[in-house]
Ligand binder design. Structure first.
Ligand code: UDP
Length: 500
């Protein structure tokens, strides 16, 4: 038996990051990878060409800043029935294609990924929660696996309580409210607002989430992207109920995207055509009064029926405030014609501005003319909006968004609910139509009056805390330093182990 010389060796950490293929998982995992590189870790991100195209310009900029970071491309294998060139799950992906992509990733590409682990010899792995297989791959290599968990600690605590106590099974109807036990506040929900997996055990997502939880328990720890002042009580509760280690390293988007070029090109930003022949969004915002514009965006996965789109358009026109509305690509003729006519009208009278497809969200949230946000409560947008110090109208749609709404409205009191009551799958319209009156009323409360002042004060205080969290000595800064130090200690232990 002999011992390896380890002087200095353990300081140099090498990590592999595995982001998932939906924009809202890809974007934060890449941002976290970039934060690790910013703090001296050698980072390799493994993904497919179309997904890399979404973030490569940021990686190139980081590399030119002297950071040790790169992308390794892996071609997505052909799976029967999967259209050529489709590598991302987003609002336009059908359930069937989503399933095929998942199959390609989890069955076939896994082998290629694992070969790369042997080639790069990382000291640790950071995997998206949906690559459950990577927990075994890390164990085989004898290295720690950190798991990126999407969503708030708050939502995960609430979902854990639903699993344990099943309060939703003790009510008579879908719209009767029940208490979610075991949380620091009396959280009430209705059965219609909770994800389908709690109601149908044969839901495929229910099985996947069980695997995710199982793989989280077997990981070294988890990474979250919020910050202590935002949901500290739930961060502590989460650790207690799951018995896992976790590090909260947010808000990541402002931490790593510090200049306008980073902010503007994030996600599909480079595809945004400034203006398309009309005045650009920036010039339009520059012409508006401070805090006067409401920004309306439902993330990257939403789809609405023609009736719902009509109600949104009318609600925006009726609310009396200027707005930017981000509209996803619309295939149905009926909805598209309607929105195009609406666009002409509101841009003519300078009341509104429509962005088709992808908005440079970080830049818009930073603009002084923006005074509030209508959001579907996707976790990334929530944190970015709080970081920007803007109050919200909450309009949850799917995933864990109804839980996030409760945190924003009841606990932090920085948002006004639009009054949505129906959870739906991301690929479905659902039955509920939120009417124009509700939309206009919620925006009016958000943008003016006594309540608005209170919301703005509270969210400004949280925004200040968000800024402190990522400064030297701040909670997320310390958290990042801790996890890096822990990875170094594990490496040192391994290096010191006698070779048999
Ligand atoms: N995003 C953006 N422009 C868009 C839509 C989304 O920059 O037009 C970014 C947004 O800043 C956030 C992410 O994409 O970082 C969306 O994630 P979120 O969790 O808010 O919603 P999801 O897409 O999962 O529904």
């Amino acid at each position: 038996m002999e011992s390896i010389g380890v002087e200095g060796e353990y300081e140099k950490l090498k990590a592999i990051f595995l982001p998932f293929i939906t924009p809202s998982h890809l974007v934060p995992v890449v941002d976290i990878a970039r934060i690790f590189a910013m703090h001296g870790v050698d980072v390799t991100i493994i993904t497919t060409p179309a997904n890399a195209a979404v973030f490569q310009s940021s990686i190139d900029r980081d590399a030119s800043r002297g950071r040790s970071i790169r992308t390794h491309l892996v071609k997505l294998p052909h799976v029967p029935g999967l259209p050529e060139g489709v590598e991302t799950i987003n609002a336009t992906t059908s359930k069937d294609t989503g399933g095929k992509l998942f199959e390609a990733l989890n069955k076939t590409i896994q082998t290629q990924f694992q070969q790369l682990f042997h080639q790069y010899k990382p000291d640790f792995l950071v995997s998206d929660m949906f690559y459950t297989w990577s927990v075994d791959a890390a164990a085989e290599l004898g290295i720690p696996r950190l798991i990126y968990v999407g969503g708030t600690y708050f939502a995960h605590c609430a979902m854990d309580s639903l699993e344990r106590f099943e309060p939703h099974k003790k009510v008579e109807s879908d719209d009767e409210s029940f208490l979610i036990p075991g949380l620091p506040y009396n959280m009430e929900m209705t059965r219609s607002q909770i994800p389908v997996r709690f109601k149908k055990t044969d839901d495929p997502f229910s099985y996947l989430m069980k695997m995710v939880k199982e793989s989280e328990k077997r990981s070294h720890g988890s990474l979250f992207k919020s910050f202590y002042a935002f949901e500290g009580a739930y961060e502590e509760l989460y650790r207690k109920i799951t018995g896992t280690k976790s590090w909260n390293v947010g808000p990541i988007s402002s931490w790593v995207n510090q200049d306008a070029s980073d902010k503007g090109s994030r996600g599909h930003g480079k595809e945004v055509e400034e203006g398309k022949g009309k005045v650009g969004w920036l010039a339009w915002l520059n012409s508006k009064q401070k805090g006067s514009v409401v920004y309306v965006c439902f993330g990257s996965m939403n789809s609405f029926s023609a009736t719902q789109i009509t109600e949104i358009a009318q609600g925006l026109e009726d609310c009396g405030h200027d707005f930017i509305w981000v509209v996803r690509k619309i295939d149905e003729d009926e909805s598209r014609v309607l929105v195009e006519e609406f666009e002409k009208r509101v841009e003519g009278n300078k009341k509104g501005y429509l962005i088709w497809g992808w908005a440079p969200q970080l830049l818009i949230l930073d603009h002084p003319a923006v005074g509030g946000v209508v959001t579907h409560c996707g976790m990334n947008t929530v944190i970015e909006t709080v970081d920007a110090g803007l109050p919200m109208v909450t309009w949850p749609l799917f995933a864990e968004q109804f839980f996030n709404e409760r945190l924003l409205v009841d606990v932090l009191k920085i948002a006004v609910p639009v009054g949505a009551t129906e959870w739906k799958s991301w690929s479905e319209f659902g039955d509920e139509i939120v009417e124009r009156e509700k939309i206009a009323k919620a925006i009016s409360l958000l943008m003016a009056g006594e309540e608005c002042e209170k919301l703005r004060r509270r969210v400004k205080a949280l925004s200040d805390e968000a800024k402190k969290a990522i400064q030297i000595g701040g909670s997320s800064y310390n958290s990042l330093k801790d996890v890096i130090q822990e990875m170094k200690s594990l490496k040192l232990e391994k290096l010191k182990k006698p070779v048999t």
